[in-house]
Design a protein around this ligand. Sequence first.
Ligand SMILES: Nc1ncnc2c1ncn2[C@@H]1O[C@H](COP(=O)(O)OP(=O)(O)O)[C@@H](O)[C@H]1O
Ligand SMILES: [Mg+2]
Length: 317
Amino acid sequence: MKKYDIAAIGELNVDIILNGIESEPEIGKEKFCRDMTVTLGSSTAIFAANAAALGSKVCFVGMVGRDSFGDLVNASLQAKGVDTGYLIHGNTPTGATICMNYGEDRANLTYQGAMDVMGFDDITPEVFRETRHIHLSSLFMQSGLLRDIHKILDAAAENGVTVSLDTQWDPMETWKLDYKSVLPKITVFMPNEKELQALTGTTDLESAISAVLPCLGNAMVVKCGSKGSLLVRKDGTMKLLPAFLNKDVVDAIGAGDSFNSGFISAFVKGLFLEDCQKTGNLTGAVNTTAAGGTGAFTSLDAVRSICKERFGQEFAW
Ligand SMILES: Nc1ncnc2c1ncn2[C@@H]1O[C@H](COP(=O)(O)OP(=O)(O)O)[C@@H](O)[C@H]1O
Ligand SMILES: [Mg+2]
């Protein structure tokens, strides 16, 4: 018996969210905003927290600094039921994103800090022995992980660990990931529609799927926002599952991470891929019923109730 169902390997940072900003920042001037929240950021953290809320045993592998932001990240993950024993405390400060909200629009400024430094050698080999599954996320925000991706995937394979990958968007838009050598080692590849096209240098979904199909290790699920998701198997069979549409969206922050948390929690329970996809569509929809990425995932019972009351669906467990 392994200690963890899922090890989430990814970025960690705090979000400094500024609201009620009087006008745009200008060099050489000082301005005020009315409201500030400092909170755990990072899309991999949303994934880990929500998978834990769904009952998976989750540990986090990520790097923070020896600073108060690192303490905040550690305490926030623990409060969400995520094991932080494998967090790495390095000499680079914890990453931070300053989110300046202007109504519907926002300007973000990120200092990557520790997240950019973590590489394969920082990860204790015990992780690969103690988990059944690894979820890798946000590769383009972590140059150390991107550089060492094959070492991580090979260590996973040697230990019989299945792997899911959500690269997320590349802020530099260079898409320097050799997907032809990486995807064969991935059990479930989880991009969204836009990311898949950018990664493959295509302009429509069909061409993007044709490009990756020969490289798939096992399966891919493409997230298509309010259209739902598309499951693609290595043998070329596909299944489009429309979203459990929420017409009253609070916000869609973290919908993709919540989708991943449901899909992978179902996968580690041994459910069929179609049932994992349905669970992912449901947890993606649940995400949109409350503010932020984790607001709706207060407990498994709460998620079950939202599925029943808002979407007329039984949750899978
Ligand atoms: N308005 C919505 N109503 C119901 N489900 C949604 C809605 N928007 C997104 N989802 C669900 O969440 C999943 C992930 O959202 P998406 O925006 O595609 O991911 P990402 O955040 O990675 O871009 C979708 O595949 C869908 O199942
Ligand atoms: Mg995403």
